[in-house]
Write a protein that binds this ligand. Structure first.
Ligand SMILES: Nc1ncnc2c1ncn2[C@@H]1O[C@H](COP(=O)(O)OP(=O)(O)OP(=O)(O)O)[C@@H](O)[C@H]1O
Length: 230
């Protein structure tokens, strides 16, 4: 049995450079179903690049990513977009909500793009906003929401398709400490409930301590892996 057996998401021998700058220099990761993993490391160590490769947003120069046993590089661009939309939830640092849409419309968007009828999609979206404590903000646009509320809406949008994996890039980075910790707690609890695996990129060691396992990067390589309970 290898460490990749049964993994929901794997990256194998990932290399990625931007011009002459190497960002990833041979990274192997395997994320098991439902596990919670922190990716840490100094600025420029390749954390965001790894997350973007795992999400299929960035293609590695060499190496490959597999989601539930299917290599992303064997899919067409259209198939990759679909898989990414349905099986991976992405939560980015500043929420990246669409400013002209209300909270509920933002959360419903991935379902609408998958062809769900608007009333169904919006009902599911309202359900998630309720669960994340921002149900009363459903009809407000992002600019009228606080940073913490925006982050909760972004988390709801990341979870609405019931993805296998949620990938979060510094989900607390744009928030003050208390609001940031609350948003993370919400993300941890929600993924525990749904059984989705969670991969969180962070600079913050308190955030990393919430996670079962840790992967530390340095200079585009895995420097250290912290196993559960360690
Ligand atoms: N789009 C890009 N164009 C050029 N260089 C890039 C690009 N994205 C990342 N890099 C470079 O690749 C290296 C790794 O960057 P990456 O953003 O993955 O690191 P990080 O660990 O997430 O950093 P931070 O903690 O500062 O966000 C850095 O040297 C960075 O400057």
């Amino acid at each position: 049995m290898t460490e990749h057996d049964g993994a929901v998401l794997t990256g194998t021998a990932l290399h990625k450079s931007f011009g002459a700058t190497p960002a990833l220099r041979g990274v192997d990761v395997a994320i098991a179903p439902g596990e919670q993993v922190a990716v840490t490391g100094p600025s420029g160590s390749g954390k965001s690049t790894l997350l973007h490769c795992l999400a299929g947003v960035t293609s590695p120069d060499s190496g490959f990513v597999s989601l539930a046993g299917h290599r992303l590089d064997s899919l067409s661009e259209h198939q990759r977009t679909r898989v990414r939309r349905v099986r991976i939830g992405l939560v980015l640092q500043f929420g990246q909500l669409v400013p002209d849409l209300t909270a509920v419309e933002n959360v419903a968007l991935p379902l609408l793009l998958e062809g769900r009828r608007r009333p169904d999609a919006e009902q599911a979206a309202r359900g998630w906003l309720e669960r994340l404590g921002v149900g009363d903000r459903a009809d407000v646009r992002p600019l009228e929401l606080s940073g913490g509320e925006q982050q909760r809406v972004a988390i709801a949008r990341g979870l609405v398709t019931s993805p296998d994996v949620v990938l979060a890039d510094e989900p607390t980075g744009a928030l003050d400490t208390v609001t940031g910790e609350q948003a993370l707690q919400v993300l941890v609890e929600a993924t525990r409930e749904t059984g989705a695996a969670l991969v969180v990129v962070t600079h913050d060691h308190r955030v990393a301590a919430h996670m079962e396992r840790g992967i530390a990067l340095r200079d585009g390589r895995v420097e250290l892996v912290r196993e559960p309970g360690a």
